[in-house]
Write a protein that binds this ligand. Structure first.
Ligand code: ATP
Ligand code: MG
Length: 451
C-alpha cells in the first residue's frame, strides 16, 4: 500500500505549459520544477545550506553523483531555482567536448561564453541576464552617488576598486567603467561591446583593444579568475552571489588523452581548494556526474590523487548512515513510491492544479505503473524519463479525445528501456601522448562514442 499526500495548489499557466512541454520532449523543466519535485528533502536542505553560505560571502562546492537518469539535471535545476529565489545570480552549462574547464584551443572560453549566455536572475530565470545585471550595478551606483551628493563616476570607480586587487580585475573594472561612459553618453555600440566582452565573445585582444581600449579578453587561461571576478561584481550590483552549475561532467571523464583530462581535473582541484578554504567570496559550484566519473581510478576524478583524497567519502557514513556535509552528494535513484507521487503531481500539473479536472483516477496511476513494470522492470522508476514522457502523452490523448477510457489505452503504451549512451566501452590502451606532442593538439583530441 502506498500512502501519499495529494498534490495541491493552483499552477500558473506559464509554469504548467513549460513543465508539460519539457517532459514530453524528454528534457528536464527549466521552470516550475517545484510542482513535480518528489523526494530529495535532505539533499535540498544541504544545498540550501550551501546557498546560505554563499549569501554570507562564503563559498560552496558540491559534486552531485547519481546513476544514469537518477535525476541529476533535475536536481541542478531545482537548486538553481532556489538560488534565484535567494537573489543569487546563476550561470549553468553542460560540459561537452567544446566546453571544458581547461583548454588551449578556446574550449574553456567556450564554456565561459555558454555560462554567460545562460546567466539568470530571479526576474530573468531563463537566461540572457547579463545586461540587466550590469544595468543594476549602474543604477545602484547612481543612487549611492545621489544620496552622498557626489558624482556617479567617482562612486563607480570607488566601488570597482574592490575588483582591482583580483587577477584580471583591473581590465574588468575598466570595461565596466566603459559601460558607464556609454550609458552616460548614449553610445549604444560601446554598450553592446561591453556586454560582448563580459560574455567572453571577443576572441582576439586586437578587437578588444579597438573596441574598449583594454588589452585582455576572457580566455581559456583566465576562465576561473573571471568567474571569481564576476562573483564579486554581482555582489557589488546588489545580488547575493553567484552559483555556477556544471552538468554532464562525464565529458571530462571521456577525454581520451590523459594529459588533457588531467589538466581539466587540475582545474576542478583548484576550484575545490578555493571553495573549501572559503577564498572564493560569494561563489559556489555544483557539478554533476555519474559514479564512474568519480570513482574510476583509471580515468575518473579518483585517478587524480589530490582529488581522490579530498573527495573520499566519509568512512562512517555507511549502512544507512548519511553525511550530507561533504563535497560529494550521492543522489539515489527514485523509488516506486516516489514514482507514484510523481504521477499524482503530473496529473495535478496537467489539470493546472484543479482536482476536478483530473483526467484519470488513482487506479489509473497504479495500473500505469504495473504496465511499465511488466515491460521494463525496475527501469521504469530508476530511469524515469520515458515513463514520465509516456504518462504525459497518455494524459494528452485523454484530454483531446474525451470519449476514450484510460483503461483501454494503458495496454497500448509501448515503453522501452532507456540506454545510457555513455556506457559504451572505453578504448583500451589509452596512454599519455608522447612528450613531443604539443599541448594544443592533445587537448583537442576527444573521443565521442555512441551505442
Ligand atoms: N526529484 C524529482 N522529482 C520529480 N521528477 C524528477 C526528479 N528527479 C528526476 N526527475 C525526472 O526524471 C527524469 C530524469 O531526470 P534527469 O534527466 O534529471 O536525470 P539525469 O541524472 O540528469 O540523467 P542523465 O544521466 O541522462 O543526465 C526527468 O524527466 C526528470 O524530470
Ligand atoms: Mg542529466
Amino acid at each position: 500500500m502506498i500512502s501519499v499526500t495529494h498534490a495541491t495548489g493552483r499552477i500558473r499557466p506559464r509554469d504548467r505549459d513549460a513543465v508539460i512541454q519539457s517532459l514530453r520532449a524528454g528534457v528536464v523543466p527549466r521552470v516550475g520544477q517545484q510542482h513535480i519535485q518528489v523526494g530529495r528533502v535532505d539533499e535540498v536542505t544541504a544545498l540550501v545550506g550551501d546557498i546560505d553560505r554563499i549569501v554570507d560571502g562564503g563559498s560552496a562546492f558540491r559534486l552531485v553523483i547519481g546513476e544514469y537518469g537518477a535525476g541529476k539535471s533535475f536536481f541542478l535545476n531545482l537548486v538553481r531555482s532556489i538560488a534565484l529565489e535567494r537573489k543569487l545570480v546563476t550561470v549553468h552549462a553542460d560540459l561537452s567536448p567544446e566546453r571544458r574547464l581547461y583548454s588551449t584551443g578556446g574550449h574553456a572560453r567556450g564554456l565561459y561564453a555558454e555560462l554567460m549566455r545562460n546567466l539568470s536572475t530571479r526576474a530573468k530565470p531563463e537566461g540572457g541576464a547579463m545586461l540587466p545585471v550590469v544595468e543594476r550595478f549602474i543604477t545602484t551606483s547612481l543612487s549611492a552617488a545621489r544620496s552622498r551628493g557626489i558624482d556617479a563616476e567617482t562612486v563607480i570607480r570607488e566601488r570597482l576598486s574592490d575588483l582591482r586587487e583580483l587577477v584580471g580585475g583591473y581590465d574588468f573594472a575598466e570595461v565596466v567603467a566603459a559601460y558607464w561612459r556609454a550609458h552616460d553618453t548614449g553610445h549604444d555600440r560601446l554598450r553592446s561591446d561591453v556586454v560582448r566582452w563580459l560574455r567572453a565573445e571577443f576572441s582576439t585582444r586586437t578587437d578588444s583593444r579597438k573596441a574598449l581600449g583594454v588589452r585582455t579578453i576572457i580566455d581559456d587561461r583566465t576562465f576561473y579568475d573571471h568567474l571569481k571576478l564576476f562573483a564579486r561584481f554581482v555582489r557589488l550590483a546588489g545580488f547575493s552571489g553567484l552559483l555556477v552549475c556544471l552538468d554532464e561532467m562525464v565529458n571530462l571523464y571521456k577525454m581520451s588523452h590523459t594529459r588533457a583530462r588531467n589538466s581539466n581535473y587540475e582545474q576542478v582541484l583548484r576550484i575545490l581548494n578555493d571553495c573549501l578554504q572559503g577564498s572564493a567570496a560569494g561563489l559556489g559550484f555544483v557539478f554533476s556526474g555519474t559514479p564512474d566519473m568519480l570513482f574510476d581510478t583509471r580515468r575518473g576524478l579518483y585517478s587524480y590523487p589530490a582529488l581522490q583524497s579530498r573527495l573520499a567519502e566519509n568512512a562512517f557514513a555507511r549502512k544507512g548512515l548519511v553525511d550530507f556535509s561533504g563535497p560529494v552528494l550521492r543522489l539515489a535513484n527514485l523509488s516506486p513510491e516516489d514514482m507514484y507521487v510523481l504521477l499524482t503531481k503530473l496529473r495535478h500539473v496537467y489539470a493546472s492544479g484543479d482536482p476536478d479536472a483530473y483526467l484519470v483516477p488513482d487506479e489509473a496511476l497504479t495500473a500505469f505503473m504495473e504496465h511499465c513494470a511488466s515491460r521494463v522492470g525496475d527501469a521504469y522508476f530508476r530511469t524515469p524519463r520515458t515513463t514520465i514522457k509516456e504518462f504525459v502523452n497518455l494524459l494528452a490523448v485523454l484530454d483531446q479525445n474525451p470519449g476514450v477510457n484510460w483503461s483501454d489505452l494503458i495496454d497500448r503504451i509501448d515503453i522501452e528501456q532507456e540506454t545510457n549512451p555513455d556506457l559504451a566501452p572505453l578504448p583500451a590502451g589509452d596512454v599519455a601522448p608522447p612528450a613531443t606532442q604539443t599541448a594544443a593538439s592533445d587537448d583537442d583530441n576527444l573521443i565521442h562514442f555512441r551505442l
